[in-house]
Write a protein that binds this ligand. Structure first.
Ligand code: ADP
Ligand code: MG
Length: 216
């Protein structure tokens, strides 16, 4: 099943007289059960692509179909999970409550799954802390656990191992790979070369264009 089908995506940003073409005709398919790594230098358009796929940004051209239904943006609440580069944890909620946040509207009781995820990413002992009482790496692990708690149809993760040591990065990659094995489509933007080797496919972004395979 194809979860993401994008064709000819173009996204331009205007800064005064200057126009930046962040996406310059991107074609992409991501299938259910697949872990896809999106790699490329800073500024190549990775975050913009994720922002367009999740609906934060509207493309200037191209077509986008998300989900299996005929309608664009066929995914409902709880099916699309994000790990933004800036994490987006709620400061007034503990790490455990942040992980449980998506379940409040969508699932009656996911506390067991949340507990398993907190343990899997190595922050079970920090469950009651608030984000400002945790390191950036620990906050990032909470953000990944939050994204995975509902077993979403599509996971879009922006550099989810950026603040981790090797061991914790591997824990996060295990959690993301397990989620893909469970049937989710997982697209991660990453500089982590270990992530490339864990992915089913690697796509390289350069100057707003996507190429198959790792960068040369
Ligand atoms: P990456 O995630 O690969 O580092 P981005 O997608 O964040 O790259 O950025 C791609 C290009 O678009 C860069 O040149 C960046 O400066 C530009 N850009 C991104 N977001 C904006 C914005 N909101 N306004 C103007 N330019 C932007
Ligand atoms: Mg980025």
């Amino acid at each position: 099943m194809t979860t993401v089908t994008a064709t000819g995506l173009v996204k331009r940003f205007h800064r005064g007289a200057e126009t930046v073409t962040a996406l310059d005709g991107v074609d992409l398919e991501v299938h259910a059960g697949e872990l896809v790594a999106l790699v490329g230098p800073s500024g190549s358009g990775k975050s913009t692509l994720l922002a367009v796929l999740c609906g934060w940004e509207t493309p200037d051209a191209g077509t986008l179909r998300i989900g299996s239904g005929g309608a664009p943006r066929g995914l409902g609440w709880g099916e699309l999970a994000l790990v933004p580069q800036a994490l987006g944890l709620v400061p007034d909620l503990s790490l455990a409550d942040n992980v449980l946040l998506p379940t409040r509207l969508a699932a009656p009781d996911a506390s067991v799954r949340a507990g398993e995820l907190l343990a899997a990413v190595g922050i079970a002992h920090l469950a009651d802390r608030y984000p400002h009482q945790a390191s950036l790496g620990e906050q990032q692990r909470a953000a990944v656990a939050r994204a995975l708690v509902l077993g979403p149809t599509l996971v879009l993760a922006d550099e989810p191992t950026a603040h981790q040591d090797r061991g914790h990065a591997d824990d996060l990659l295990d959690a993301l790979a397990d989620t893909a094995r469970g049937g989710s489509a997982v697209l991660l933007a990453t500089h982590d070369e270990v992530a490339w080797s864990r992915a089913d496919r690697v796509l390289s972004m350069r100057d707003g264009r996507l190429h198959p395979g790792a960068p040369a």
